[in-house]
Design a protein around this ligand. Structure first.
Ligand SMILES: [Zn+2]
Length: 286
């Protein structure tokens, strides 16, 4: 091979080398550019949560600006619940198609004509003496409650029903009374406005440990402890736990239990005991 040919080959190899290096650089730049486009998607961290709703995306951003100590997951859940609007500020209809898992709260309202079509009367044996007009629960909840009450009585930690189903009108009356007596701020902590009471679902019951009715001191009884450890086995959850008032909007109510079915109640008890039903609902049932 003569010198000229060798130079030509070397030049050719150099050109090929330069070509490969340039192509690699261009390709890498393209990847970096794509990454930059993703990085400026401000919704990205919220999209990665399991309950992201496109229609709420700007509310997530706004809520996060004032609550940057929260995880993205919590921001998404809280906004889905409606915490960024506040209690009774942006009211939507409760979805009764969810059946025993319907969520009713200070953001979701039942129609004034809503009465469950399968209400049944709880047996007197499992109810306090008196309050005869509030002994109804939906069929599944009623069967579960009677079984729970029976077992609690046998265990000498009795749990009796004190107040179950209440109609829209009844709740309207109760709230009006509370309003007169306590003023709006306190009334709202203690009593739901009509349409916003879980008692209208026929899936909720206030309980006592005596036949004469003592729900307001239920927290101090062995029966309360028994309920915390056992109610989930029958499908009931403590609905307004301590420390979560900013979510459910009521004072802590040791006596107020909600039927959600054994599957959900057990999952909440075993795996998500720190969540309110609002949080659990928007994470897993919505
Ligand atoms: Zn109640």
């Amino acid at each position: 091979m003569n010198k000229r040919k060798r130079i030509m080959i070397i030049l050719f190899l150099i050109l090929v080398g330069i070509f490969i290096i340039s192509m690699t650089t261009i390709f890498e730049n393209r990847i970096t550019n794509n990454k930059n486009i993703e990085e400026i998607d401000i919704y990205e961290p919220f999209k990665k949560t399991n309950n992201f709703k496109l229609s709420n995306r700007d509310r997530y951003i706004k809520y996060y600006e004032n609550h940057d100590y929260l995880s993205y997951e919590d921001v998404v859940t809280y906004v889905n619940i409606g915490l960024d609007y506040g209690f009774y500020k942006y009211i939507k209809p409760a979805d009764t198609k969810k059946g025993i898992n319907v969520l009713v709260n200070k953001y979701l309202k039942l129609d004034e004509n809503y009465i469950p079509n399968d209400l049944e009367k709880i047996d007197d044996y499992y109810f306090i003496n008196g309050n005869k007009n509030a002994r109804l629960l939906r069929r599944d909840a009623k069967i579960a409650f009677e079984k729970m009450s029976k077992d609690s009585i046998e265990n000498k930690t009795p749990v009796y029903g004190q107040s179950a189903f209440r109609s829209y009108d009844k709740q309207e009356y109760l709230y009006a009374e509370a309003l007169k007596k306590l003023g709006e701020e306190k009334a709202d902590l203690e009593t739901a406005r009509s349409g916003h009471s879980e008692h209208q679902t026929g899936l909720t019951i206030d309980v006592s440990s005596t036949k004469s009715g003592n729900m307001l001191v239920f927290e101090n009884t062995k029966s309360y402890k028994w309920m915390l450890d056992n109610s989930y086995k029958y499908g009931f959850i403590l609905r307004y736990p301590k420390g979560k008032e900013f979510i459910h909007g009521f004072m802590f109510e040791a006596w107020h239990f909600r039927y959600v079915g054994v599957k959900v109640a057990t999952d909440m008890h075993n795996n998500y005991s720190n969540l309110t039903y609002e949080e659990y609902f928007y994470k897993f049932l919505d």
